[in-house]
Every structure is written in structure tokens, then in C-alpha cells.
Design a protein around this ligand. Sequence first.
Ligand SMILES: Cc1cc2nc3c(=O)[nH]c(=O)nc-3n(C[C@H](O)[C@H](O)[C@H](O)COP(=O)(O)OP(=O)(O)OC[C@H]3O[C@@H](n4cnc5c(N)ncnc54)[C@H](O)[C@@H]3O)c2cc1C
Length: 419
Amino acid sequence: MSDSFAKQYDVIVCGGGPAGVGAAYSAASAGARTLLLEAGGRLGGMAVQAMVGPFMGGVQSRVVDTVMAAIGGRTIDFCQLDLQLYDLLTGVGAQVLLHAPVVAPVMEGRRLCGVDIMTKMGKRRFTAALFVDATGDGNLAYMAGVPFEMGRSSDGLMQPASIMFTIRGIDPQRRFLCGSEEEARRRMVNGRSWEEWVTDAQRKGELPATVGVVRLYATRYADENGVNATQINGVNGLDPVDLTRAEVEGRRQAVQIVAFLRRSLPGYENAALAMMPALVGIRETRRFRGMARLEKEDCLRGAGFADAVVFAASFAIDIHNPAGSGQAAGLNEFVQGEAERCKPYEIPYGCLVPEGVEGLLLAGRCISASHEAHASLRVMCISMAIGAAAGAAAAWAAKHGVSTRDVPVAELQPQLRPQ
Ligand SMILES: Cc1cc2nc3c(=O)[nH]c(=O)nc-3n(C[C@H](O)[C@H](O)[C@H](O)COP(=O)(O)OP(=O)(O)OC[C@H]3O[C@@H](n4cnc5c(N)ncnc54)[C@H](O)[C@@H]3O)c2cc1C
């Protein structure tokens, strides 16, 4: 392998999704020699691999503000996001290695001190003072032996998988937008609510039973929609057998949904599939045990913490029903059938510090949180702010040669928030 990459770094970030980008940007900006290892060929994580967007979630984060300004706002340009992120990271001195799946940790006792990647030229090893696991599923933390939980406490079921896609050929004057269940109930099409159109098609067998809401998002083009509607339940996002089923079933659902839109929506007679993602979107897998755990009540009441590293995080408890269509009624007991609203909450540093393993911080959707709290923090702006906090803490620990457990969080807080 070319020797433009060193073997030893201050901070190595595994995973180049929103959290990994936040972590690498933050660590490199703090002066740490930083390497980001990404398994795939593009930066952006779910945003490019699964065409997930727009960037959602309120949060007060200097790094998120910087990234959003650099990429031109929260509506994603799916063809360019990865390039924009690459330029941003290399611009602050981070090195980025694509096609670099981390396949094994190198442990000295309970301390993580290196990782192996698998390349077409064989295995390569990198060492670092600190590592950030931003792989979404927490693959590095898992291999290093950090304990974790999956699914809701009642039955272990996780949120459904979805194939997101875009459609083109819409009459721009009649483009229809619907972002949520609540909007689907409100928005009328030829005298009936959009929800009724969808449930009627479900009843007739024209749409799959799990497709209870067809969300149509704005993209950067007037004749285009992003479509968030397919839903494949009972998928363990770590199991290749389940993932194969989800890929195939989700893509078949997408074809059915386009046919339904052509039949039902004025201005959509010529709509056609434009882009399909490379990967099925996985909302939820491992949540690791950390020094602290974010709970649903923390999100609902807008909890604050002395060791907060993410500020004014704001998004609903967005649980797509693991056992049916729409939102998970019953879990969202305050507003039946709809996502419960949170008050802007903070995330404590302890949620990023894994139990039992040194030299590692967690970032993004795999941090220590309950099933319900995860359903709020998993959106991309909040995941990125978590990454930014992990990157800053990792850089500090590397610079001062201390354990992640001894990082003086109060010293980092001012640099994480916008001025
Ligand atoms: C269908 C769907 C719709 C969604 N809609 C929205 C939305 O509209 N807005 C929003 O803000 N959020 C949305 N989300 C949530 C959001 O996309 C994710 O929760 C978020 O991307 C999590 O960020 P992350 O960085 O933790 O993980 P990811 O985005 O999953 O990034 C992880 C990265 O790590 C890499 N990786 C994995 N394993 C390894 C390894 N071993 N070595 C190296 N690299 C590795 C992956 O290739 C990937 O690039 C949606 C999610 C889904 C599934």
C-alpha cells in the first residue's frame, strides 16, 4: 500500500457516516493526527449508501453548523455529498482511507491499541492512541468485547429496515410533499386525505401491509421526490440472511409504490424510479453499554447534564413500528400513533465511554441509550454532533496521554457549542 499513510496516528475514526465525519473533523481540527477508515467507497454513511435524507434533528453544534454550511444546507445532493465531505475533512488535515473495512481489533489486555483492515492486498494494521467507533452498528466495539443491547425491552424487536429511493418525471407545478403521519392525515388529494389513499390501497392489496404511510420529500430538483415509504419488519440488520430479504423485499415494494403514485396522485402520471440506493437502510442495531445511558424520559423532559457534550438535541421519539405499519402505537403513549415530541435535551459524555474497554469512544447511533432515546438521537445532525464530541475528547485524551474516563469535559464544552 502507498506510503502516504502512516502506521501510527493520534486518533483513528472507524466509519465515515455523519458521526465519523463529525469525529474526524473535530479531532483533526484540534490538531490530532487523524485517520478515518471507511469500509465503502464513499463518505456519508446512510446518507449516500441508503439515500437517507434530509439531515434532520435540531442541535447546537459548531461542527454540525460548519458541515451544513459546507454542503449547502440540509437537503442532500446525493451525487456530491461524499466529495463535499472528503474536501472538508482533508481540508482540516484528516486522512481518509476508503475501501478500508476494519475487520479486527488489536488488544493489549482491555486496551484497544490497533485495528486491522482487510484490503485486496491483504490485511494492514494501524495503531493509534485513541479510536472512535462510528460504524453505525458498532462493529469495532463489538469485536473489542463491549457489552450491548438490541431492540425494545418487551420483545427485542428493532425498527424496520427501508429502501429509500427517488422518483423523477413529476409535474413540478403539482409536486406533492408529505413528511409525516400527521401531514398524511391533513393533506388532501381529490377530496380524501393522503392517509386514506394509502390505507385504501393497502386494503386492496395494491400496497404491502407494512406500507402505512408514503412520505414524499423535497429534493434539490423540482420534478423529483425522495420517497420514504417501504418497510421491512423483523430484520436483524447484522444478519446477512435478513439483510438479503430486506434488500429484495424493499426494492420490490419500491416498484409497487411508484405504480401506486402514478395511479393516485395528480401530476405523477409520468413518475418513474430515478435512483435506488446501494444498501437497504438500517435504523437500529447494537446499543452499547456505557458509563451513562440516555433514557426516554431524558429526551421528553429536556434533561441537562454537568458532563454534557451534545447540546439542545431535538427530534421526536421516532419509532417506526417494528411489528406493523406506521409509528409504534403503544410505545408513543402520549400521542397515540404519532412520534412523541422531545424537549431539547443534552447527551452526557458518559454515553460515549464504553464499559470495559480502554482507548475507545462510541459515536453516532450505537451510543449508550435506551431503544426509545436512540429513536431520537439516531438522526444525522444529532449523530454528527455526538461524533464531534467523541473526536474532540479523543484528541484531548491522545494529546495529554490520559484515559477517556479522565477527560475534563468542562474544558471541551465551549469548543463544541456555537459561539
Ligand atoms: C430508512 C432510513 C431513513 C432515515 N431517515 C433519516 C432522515 O430523513 N434524516 C436523518 O437525519 N436521519 C435519518 N435516518 C437515520 C440516519 O440515517 C442514521 O441513524 C445515521 O446515518 C447514523 O449515523 P452513523 O454515522 O452513526 O452511522 P452510518 O450512517 O450508518 O455510518 C456508518 C459508516 O460506517 C461504515 N462502516 C461500517 N462498518 C465498518 C467497518 N467495519 N470498517 C469501516 N467502516 C465501517 C459504513 O460503511 C458507514 O459509512 C434514517 C435511517 C434510515 C435507515
